[in-house]
Write a new protein. Structure first.
Lengths: 327, 407
């Protein structure tokens, strides 16, 4: 790296620290990264210095906080449970059994239930967090992954990776009410804050399909090809969206970039080079910084959202999967 | 303009500064409401043609009846492929079944194909040894069928230029190209080639020689071996003599029977690794593959069959999946349109190998990565990242369009 670039990065980082620190009263500021192969959640402070590593059950993947951010839930695919981490002590304090190989999950809007996709069992289940009781089981196509409950708690969307399908589940009746055929290997969702559009990343057809929730049909397919890449090199997986719904960040897997997209015009605002095979992404609360997990380079990349440039990359554990920020 | 070329053009535009992602055309209406879609599903039968008592799938027993591999009829892969596609078939109003036929000889196999064509079937997954497949395909040319070869690796079948024949089985050439890429990256440039007596051994050895020539590796000697322990023929049956008198970086062995290759590791005159039929083995699939959803595919297969998924099982599985996918996405029940979809670059098949797969227009071969594995680990996946191609890096494996010639 040349001195000039290093200085520029240093300046950008200093700026980042300056605007990341104040005015964010709530939260510990900690950044949590799950690591599938080293069975740990690595914790960083807001400057991305490593604080500690929390040993977990095997193959920790998706993570979510409880509503008051005192607990962090981590799905552990090879031990068929969701570990519970105390955010204050940074220790695993319990676990909730799930079906075989839990992958992605979401909290229900009431904060009292999980929706979990069980990758090996081709079903999505609803668990009561307090009791661990399985209150709903819905069979899906093979290899369910992304789950997205709607804010009204009435509907659940689930992707079935190996069936190229999004299932629409009515939570009142517990039945699949509609199947939407999407692109190849659909992975994950984002829902626009107005609830009108559901985006689903289709890893192997190199596209993000936009589902109109009023009709539950695919209205457009978006492709993202960073300069110098071919369409088949682009394998979108993880996504996140700003609180106002104006921008989405999409991780592009094999092409080692993330795309920052204007959600209204569906135009790419910029591509950012990160590490190898980015999948996980989260935004700081002020939305000035995105953190991306790079599964094949065992690190995370910190991205400045204004300049749309990488600020730095920091080592993680082995095969970092997801990132979640408590700020 | 094909979809992919279109995107290449779009990517160029992007570089020129238009800067936008491309919003594509809308999909054909392809979602269903299970409550409203109670109309009877359209029945689709996919044919399966196999050889009665096919020796390739019989259990492999070593001396004293030690079972090295259980019986492994790849029809199990096709059945799992149809089961895996049930969700998309249901959503598309299709009821898909597998119509399995077996016969002991070419005449019986051709009769079975006639029966399938008469029953209105269009796609037949064919699990036959290469020579028999060639003979049967030649006699079935007049039938309105698309045959998909799921198990014969013979390069010669790809050179038939039989427009009705597709292949999901990886060709010998794809597998030997994969090995040669690996050797080139490791700078193991000098190779001793050992071949058995069987025609398949010669074919695999020839394929390796062609691959080595493409990447300019040096075959230092080609020798044939035998299991017969005649002392007068010890240059061909004694491992140390067979691998002596010459220097090399690696030994390639072509042994379709497997018994000689089984005992070759650690017995070579020089301490060198083996590739081909022993050591580092190229295959369409490996039961320990950890990425791209492969563990789920493997665990479903083990649950269904009690054994590990082989390359032919994988090829049958992905063939069934592409056919159902084409029926679901072609947007019309017309078999010609389904066939056209299947062969087009609209097909973005998911074979749990991390990239989308489709069929090459010039020889009907499915483009696919090749796994280079040991008995319990995938060491690398070809195309290796160092190898580039002007259109599609998967075309660095197997006969590429400019090399392809019809007889």
């Amino acid at each position: 790296m040349t001195g000039a670039i290093r200085n520029a990065l240093g300046a950008a980082l200093a700026a980042l620290v300056l605007y990341a620190s104040p005015a964010l009263g709530a939260g510990t500021g900690l950044v949590f990264v799950s690591n599938e192969k080293s069975n740990e959640v690595v914790v960083y402070d807001k400057n991305f210095d490593r604080v500690t590593s929390i040993p977990t059950s095997r193959r920790p993947r998706d993570m979510h906080f409880n509503p008051d951010h005192t607990l962090l839930y981590v799905s552990c695919g090879d031990d068929d449970q969701i570990d519970v981490i105390d955010v204050k002590t940074l220790k695993v304090v319990g676990s909730i059994p799930t079906g075989p190989s839990p992958e992605m999950f979401q909290l229900a809007p009431d904060g009292k239930h999980f929706f979990v996709s069980d990758e090996e069992d081709s079903r999505v289940e609803e668990l009561e967090i307090a009791t661990g009781k399985d209150v709903l089981d819905v069979p899906t196509g093979p290899e369910p992954e992304g789950v997205m409950p709607t804010p009204d708690g009435k509907t659940l969307y689930v992707t079935a990776e190996a069936a190229d399908m999004v299932h629409v589940i009515d939570l009142g009746s517990g039945k699949v009410v509609k199947n939407i055929i999407v692109g190849t290997r659909p992975r994950r969702f984002i829902l626009t804050p107005d609830g009108k559009e559901l985006w689903v990343s289709c890893e192997l057809s190199s596209e993000v399909d936009v589902i109109d929730r009023a009709t539950n049909t695919v209205t457009s397919q978006l492709t993202f090809v960073p300069p110098g890449f071919r369409e088949e090199d682009v394998t979108p997986v993880g996504m996140t969206i700003t609180k106002d719904g104006s921008k989405a960040i999409l991780t592009l897997g094999r092409s080692n970039h993330v795309a920052i997209v204007d959600t209204r015009t569906k135009q790419v605002l910029g591509y950012v080079l990160v590490g190898s095979r980015p999948w996980g992404v989260d935004l700081t609360k002020d939305e000035k910084t995105a953190v991306v997990t790079n599964g094949l380079s065992d690190d995370i990349t910190i991205v400045d959202m204004q300049s749309m440039k990488p600020v730095k990359s920091v080592p993680a554990g082995r095969t970092p999967h997801s990132v979640i920020i408590d700020d | 303009m094909t979809r992919r070329r279109l995107f290449a053009a779009a990517a160029c535009l992007l570089l020129l500064g238009t800067g936008g992602a491309l919003a594509k055309v809308k999909l054909p209406a392809a979602s269903t409401d299970p409550a409203a879609a109670n109309a009877p599903a359209r029945a689709i039968a996919i044919g399966w043609l196999g050889l009665t008592n096919d020796p390739r799938h019989a259990p492999v027993y070593a001396y004293t009846r030690t079972e090295l591999r259980p019986a492994d009829d790849p029809v199990a892969g096709a059945e799992m492929g149809i089961a895996d596609e049930k969700t998309i078939a249901d959503a598309s109003g299709l009821a898909v079944t597998l119509d399995r036929h077996q016969a002991p000889d070419a005449a019986g196999l051709v009769a079975a194909l006639n029966a399938m064509a008469k029953a209105g079937e269009r796609f037949v997954l064919v699990d036959l040894p290469g020579d028999l497949l060639g003979a049967v395909a030649a006699q079935a040319k007049s039938l309105d069928l698309t045959l998909i070869n799921v198990s014969a690796p013979d390069n010669s079948l790809r050179d038939l230029c039989d427009a009705k024949l597709l292949h999901t089985a990886a060709s010998d050439r794809m597998e030997t190209d994969a090995l040669v890429q690996f050797l080139r990256v490791h700078n193991w440039n000098n190779i001793l080639v050992l071949e058995g007596q069987a025609p398949r051994d010669k074919a695999f050895g020839d394929s390796f020689a062609a691959s080595a020539a493409r990447l300019r590796l040096n075959v230092v000697a080609t020798r044939s071996f035998t299991l017969k322990r005649d002392p007068a023929n010890r240059e061909a049956n004694n491992a140390a003599l067979l691998t002596g008198g010459v220097d090399y970086d690696v030994v390639f062995i072509a042994d379709s029977d497997g018994e000689f290759a089984r005992y070759l590791p650690f017995t070579t005159q020089l301490p060198r690794p083996l590739i081909g039929s022993a050591g580092l083995v190229p295959s369409a699939w490996n039961w320990t593959f950890e990425r791209y959803g492969a563990p789920q595919v493997n665990s479903r297969f083990i649950k269904a069959t009690g054994r590990h998924m082989s390359g032919a099982d994988w090829a049958a599985w992905v063939a069934a999946r592409t056919v159902v996918d084409a029926y679901a996405r072609a947007g019309t029940p017309d078999p010609n349109a389904v066939d056209a979809y299947l062969r087009s670059d609209q097909l973005r098949a998911d074979g749990s190998k991390g990239v989308t797969l489709d069929y090459r227009p010039w020889d009907g071969q499915m483009r696919q990565p090749i796994l280079l594995g040991t008995e319990d680990a995938v060491i690398d996946v070809a195309p290796l990242s160092a190898f580039q191609h002007q259109f599609n890096t998967l075309d660095t494996l197997g006969e590429d369009e400019p090399e392809h010639k019809c007889p």
